[in-house]
Design a protein around this ligand. Structure first.
Ligand SMILES: [Zn+2]
Length: 315
């Protein structure tokens, strides 16, 4: 499944959005929702979903709550969501735009079920993009990596996923982010694996190291909350150095800046089996199991546990 967020093309996209409201008025329906204080302008370009549109609204409400709980607030006060239908089922595609106001475009199968919507990762991923300023295409690994990493953690914290299953997914997928022969640093090699999973690995390494240096008091989540609050999220553009400095200051370390310095220009080698052993994530048959005797097991569990000051999830 492909997804991206595009800020450079927002002017073009914004004009499409306006045109869509007028010329497609007969086929589309639009409504304004207030979800946890966020004004959501929802346009259903098609309404031919076999289970009706109420499950879509529940899905949007649930996903917004998951992201709001992770960040302590939803990273946009206003959001436009445009949903189109496609053949078959499932959530098919999402794209997020930020420069002229937060906009998420989604394509959903007409036969989509409530179970598929409950288990969907796409919308939480897209909404997570709203929390990070635009850092430029050279650093797209940071925006995609954060969206991949935060999606699993935020859903586990909200009870939408089992934490052990999220760790198992990470253990299976994270090797895709390792540098391949001939790769450069994260700012120079923009393959799918390095962008999505190389970025996610950066986030995991940062999360673990921040927690290790702070005696597990705070982690990447605290840094990301500070960045979202200070920047206003994707509606603004920041140099990556500012993002990392603000995040580091919030947790009282230099983990993000140091990790970036080590991985931006040269391929950073990571011993993943050793990392999983330290965290107590052990292969078990065709999956993984959690071992509470591992040295970083408490850090592992703290990552997936909602902070005490999270919004009441009610999810
Ligand atoms: Zn994305």
């Amino acid at each position: 499944m492909c997804d991206n967020h595009v800020r450079a093309a927002v002017a073009f996209t914004a004009s499409l959005w306006v045109a869509g409201f007028s010329s497609a008025a007969l086929a589309s329906t639009s409504q304004i929702l207030d979800i946890d204080g966020v004004r959501v302008a929802l346009e259903l370009v098609d309404s031919d979903f076999s289970n009706g549109t109420a499950p879509l609204v529940a899905w949007i409400t649930r996903s917004l709550g998951i992201v709001a709980a992770y960040y302590g607030h939803f990273p946009a006060s206003e959001l436009r969501i445009r949903v189109s239908s496609a053949n078959a089922g499932g959530v098919r595609h999402g794209t997020t735009f930020g420069a002229h106001g937060a906009l998420i475009r989604l394509t959903v199968g007409r036969e989509v079920t409530q179970t598929e919507l409950f288990n969907d990762w796409v919308l939480v991923h897209e909404m997570t993009h709203l929390a990070l300023p635009d850092v430029g295409s050279e650093h797209i690994w940071l925006s995609e990596g954060l969206a991949v990493y935060v999606e699993g953690v935020a859903r586990a914290q909200a009870g939408n996923r089992n934490a052990a299953e999220v760790w198992a997914d990470e253990a299976r997928a994270m090797p895709r982010g390792l540098p391949q022969a001939g790769d450069g640093g994260l700012d120079h090699t923009h393959t799918w694996g390095r962008t999505y999973w190389g970025g996610a690995l950066f986030c995991l390494l940062a999360d673990v190291e921040i927690r290790r240096r702070t005696d597990n008091r705070v982690g990447l989540q605290t840094a990301l909350r500070a960045v979202a609050r200070a920047s206003g999220g994707l509606v603004s553009g920041w140099p990556i150095e500012r993002v990392l400095a603000v995040g580091d200051a919030a947790v009282g370390t230099h983990v993000l800046e140091e990790l970036y310095a080590r991985s931006k220009d040269a391929p950073l080698q990571t011993d993943l089996p050793s990392l999983w052993r330290s965290l107590g994530i052990a292969p078990a048959g065709d999956s993984f199991e959690l071992n509470d005797d591992a040295p970083l097991a408490k850090i592992r569990d703290a990552i997936m546990r909602a902070p005490l000051d999270s919004l009441p999830a009610g999810l």
